[in-house]
Design a protein around this ligand. Structure first.
Ligand code: SF4
Length: 401
């Protein structure tokens, strides 16, 4: 591996800083103070180490993505997060709850483009009974047997526990029996309760988020770790968030046969049409890439780190592939939550678009499942009119993607 720090640069950095970057590049674990110090370093130095680690931890030539669909089964929610422009009260005219046939129609569209997974999440809708959730899972499994169901954030699970008076183990067993394959790690944001209390007073607290994720991992369910920056949180709070996730990953690796988080997804807060608009700073592309690099270095027990195109757009997501990310997330087909509050102006991606991002950045694109296992290699020639190994060839043919 090429040392990312030139002798001239190293000479200009404090000795302790150089030691921290060297330590990280050797793959050694950084402590809280060392991680926090990364935020004060020049981004190219941090990114160089993050990219070197990414190349070591996952096939250096390959960038993966998933063909899936987000389905938000209801936008009725009684949590009322200040950063959310997606939710409605049940009295609002544009509130909705999808029936099973409407959800099936969306899955058929996913099947037509070769998709393998739905990400099924919604608001906390007090009108829905347990039967709606279990019936929905059974309906999807019966009618779409090749589709994997990753569903319900810890917030929704917490609601079900309370509303249906079930203990967590019984609830998860009931959902798994009905067809649940995974529990997305949405709602992580910053897992520090004073940040959460300001952004969303009724939001699930960090202790419950980890309690539910831990039980899901113990039961063999898929999970990913998430992070959102831009609430005005401090670097110490971001560091603490990363350390808590790293600790949970250690626990799952040790106690649950390695069934920890399959990956890490991080994006920037979007505030348009929300009560936080003008009150929370959000985060620039630079801050996003900095945070991504720090996460790659801090999370030494993670293989897969996603780039975020819904919040940052395709161009920054492409750059992120050199700041520690090895994955482009998924096609989504309809992203409703981040895009309702602004974002990169995108709520879906085509296979062709994600192939083009990967190829033009110099990688070979691969289609994965939600466990990050490669299941297919897209035909780059068919998608773009050129080969993965020669991205400059016939650029005009693929230039419209
Ligand atoms: S983020 Fe989720 S829990 Fe919060 S208001 Fe929006 S839909 Fe409800």
């Amino acid at each position: 591996m090429t040392a990312p720090i030139s002798p001239a640069t190293a000479a200009a950095l404090p000795e302790q800083t150089v030691r921290t970057l060297d330590k990280a590049e050797r793959g050694e674990r950084l402590n809280a103070a060392e991680i926090e110090s990364l935020y004060s370093l020049p981004l190219p130095e941090v990114a160089g180490v993050a990219n070197a680690l990414r190349l070591m931890r996952r096939d250096p030539d390959t960038v993966t993505f998933l063909i899936d669909r987000n389905i938000n089964y209801t936008n009725v929610c009684n949590v009322g997060c200040n950063f959310c422009a997606f939710y409605r009260t049940k009295r609002q005219k544009d509130s909705y709850t999808l029936d099973y046939q409407e959800i099936s129609a969306k899955i058929v569209e996913l099947e037509e483009v070769g998709g393998t997974r739905i990400l099924l999440q919604g608001g906390v809708n007090p009108e829905l009974g347990l039967d709606y959730y279990t019936g929905l899972l059974r309906h999807v499994k019966a009618n779409h047997p090749t589709i994997r169901i990753d569903a319900f954030s810890p917030e929704e699970v917490l609601f079900m526990e309370k509303n249906f008076g079930m203990d967590l183990d019984t609830l998860l067993d009931t959902l798994i029996d009905a067809g649940l394959d995974g529990l997305p790690g949405a709602g992580g944001e910053i897992l520090e309760d004073d940040v959460r209390a300001r952004a969303a007073p009724a939001r699930i607290r960090s202790e419950d988020w980890f309690r539910i994720i831990d039980a899901a991992q113990r039961k063999g369910l898929y999970t990913i770790a998430t992070m959102v920056i831009g609430f005005g949180e401090t670097f110490a709070q971001r560091t603490s968030h990363l350390l808590k996730i790293r600790e949970q990953q250690d626990k799952a690796t040790r106690d649950y046969g390695g069934n920890g988080f399959s990956g890490f997804a991080m994006w920037t807060l979007q505030t348009e049409h929300t009560r936080l608009h003008g009150k929370a700073p959000g985060a620039t592309a630079h801050e996003y890439l900095q945070q991504l690099s720090v996460a790659r270095i801090a999370l030494d027990n993670f293989v897969n780190i996603q780039a975020s195109w819904p919040a940052q757009g395709f161009k920054v997501a492409q750059a992120a592939l050199y700041y520690g990310a090895n994955d482009l997330g998924s096609t989504m087909l309809e992203e409703n939550v981040v895009s309702a509050a602004g974002g990169g102006g995108r709520h879906k991606a085509t296979v062709r678009e994600l192939v083009r991002i990967a190829v033009d950045a110099g990688f070979t694109p691969a289609i994965r499942n939600s466990r990050f296992e490669i299941i297919a290699w897209p035909d780059v020639q068919a998608e773009l009119g050129r080969h993965a190994s020669n991205p400059e060839e016939a650029r005009a043919v693929g230039a419209a993607g």
